[in-house]
Design a protein around this ligand. Structure first.
Ligand SMILES: [Zn+2]
Length: 91
């Protein structure tokens, strides 16, 4: 596995300025992880769930033939304004 080329990374996205507001109260089960995440944690999970290494996908055509394709480059889909959070990524 080699390093994935990631387009659209930015050094200090605005969401990093958010402070975590998740409940730290031990018995407050409904308001803390994993049931509830604050916006700060939500943005971090979004970027952490993005792949960092090349990966393979299996493509299938109409005849049912499969082909394995290695993905070595992805582009981040990010909200341009506001928090600049990662909404997803495409290849
Ligand atoms: Zn949080």
């Amino acid at each position: 596995m080699t390093k994935l080329k990631i387009n659209g990374l930015i050094d200090e996205p605005n969401y990093e300025k958010l402070k975590c507001t998740c409940s730290k109260v031990q018995d407050d089960i409904l308001n803390k992880h994993p049931l509830k995440k604050c916006l700060s944690c939500y943005c971090k999970i979004a970027i952490d769930s993005m792949p960092r290494k090349t990966f393979e996908i299996i493509l299938k055509d109409k005849k049912g033939n499969t082909e394995t394709k290695t993905i070595s480059e992805i582009t981040i889909d990010r909200s341009e304004e506001g928090l600049q959070m990662v909404r997803g990524w495409k290849f």
